[in-house]
Design a protein around this ligand. Structure first.
Ligand SMILES: Cc1cc2nc3c(=O)[nH]c(=O)nc-3n(C[C@H](O)[C@H](O)[C@H](O)COP(=O)(O)OP(=O)(O)OC[C@H]3O[C@@H](n4cnc5c(N)ncnc54)[C@H](O)[C@@H]3O)c2cc1C
Length: 309
């Protein structure tokens, strides 16, 4: 790994990767192993910031995020990958495919033949979430963190019908289950009916305040004036797509703002691939890694086969 503050960076790269999370780092390793020159540019504010353990990661179940990402970064040392831990401000990649990609940070402009955008999604916990509970007591993925709370009292909170469906995924672990959903119609849905059949409650409303107790338990206050004492809170609908770079790169997106990509992550801009949650916001970590790896292999082929008929 080359940190630009201590050594000279090459003027141009085969591939610039924006994002130092699971997708970007996994892609960098594959491209390094393919003999490609790679610049990884990104801050270390990963999607699971706040969590103390990573789950559903085969062979590394429960690993601390800093250990996982630290190891993935160190593994790049052997390939001579250039790593720039900086905020990216602007990207350009001519939509006609003619010309280099540029990546601008506050202190440099990097030039590359191709771009892999792996800048993740924005996680926006509601304002009532108490400090230092996001990623532990309060979380957004039933597959990643519900198991660690088995036997506790659960609340599942969110705006739409999907919230009630997500609650059904926690039933096996919850000692008690209360769903608080903002959409009034969701309270009468078939999913809500099933929650009730299974012994849970479904309330129409929102959370207006929360208090954390020394025991780690939370009290949530609903807009209807109920106090809910819980040990685990699943928040649905806290994810937003990051639009800044797809707009700058003129990448086609669907009506939800999700980029239109082929199976390898290639976008409508012939110089730009997108991987990880920037490509599919619901990806868990291993899926983000997988999509980064798949895009990296496609990028290596695209460069190797360029100009062939
Ligand atoms: C609280 C929480 C806990 C989770 N726990 C788990 C779990 O246990 N197991 C699991 O499988 N999944 C978990 N996930 C999901 C997991 O975090 C994502 O699947 C994973 O982070 C996606 O990886 P990524 O590389 O696509 O994006 P990210 O990890 O978000 O990486 C994006 C990268 O882009 C960088 N970046 C963004 N914008 C810029 C910019 N302008 N300039 C420079 N750099 C930039 C970021 O700093 C980061 O390095 C959790 C998610 C949350 C919210």
């Amino acid at each position: 790994m080359t940190d630009s503050r201590t050594s000279e960076a090459p003027a141009a790269y085969d591939v610039a990767i924006v994002g130092m999370g699971a997708a970007g780092l996994a892609a960098a390793a594959v491209l390094g192993r393919s003999g490609r020159s790679v610049a990884v540019v990104g801050t270390r504010d990963r999607g699971n910031a706040g969590a103390t353990e990573v789950h559903n990661l085969p062979y590394a179940e429960g690993i601390a995020p800093e250990d996982l990402y630290g190891r993935m970064e160190r593994e790049l040392d052997r390939y001579g990958t250039s790593v720039f831990p900086e905020t990216v401000e602007k990207l350009s990649a001519p939509a006609d495919g003619a010309g280099p990609v540029t990546v601008e940070t506050g202190s440099r402009v990097l030039v590359a033949s191709r771009l892999l955008l792996a800048n993740g999604v924005e996680n926006v916990p509601p304002p009532w979430v108490p400090q230092d509970t996001w990623g532990t007591t309060v979380f957004d993925c039933p597959f990643c963190h519900a198991y660690e709370h088995r036997g506790e009292d659960f609340a599942v909170v969110g705006p739409r019908q999907m919230t009630v469906q997500v609650a059904l995924l926690c039933v096996a672990h919850a000692r008690s289950l209360v769903v608080v959903v903002a959409d009034a119609e969701a309270v009468g849905s078939s999913a809500a009916e099933r929650v009730r059949e299974l012994g849970g409650e479904v309330l129409h409303g929102e959370i207006v305040a929360a208090e954390r107790h020394p025991s780690g338990q939370l009290t949530l206050v609903t807009s209807g004036g109920r106090d809910l004492a819980v040990g685990a809170v699943l928040v649905s609908g806290a994810t937003r797509m990051r639009r800044q770079f797809v707009d700058q790169l003129d990448v086609r997106v669907n009506r939800f703002g999700i980029p239109e990509l082929d199976a390898d992550g290639k976008s409508s801009n012939p110089l730009v691939w997108i991987a990880g949650t920037a490509a599919a916001p619901n990806y868990v970590l291993v899926e983000a890694m997988g999509s980064g790896i798949r895009s990296a292999m496609a990028l290596h082929k695209d460069l190797a086969f360029e100009g062939l008929h």
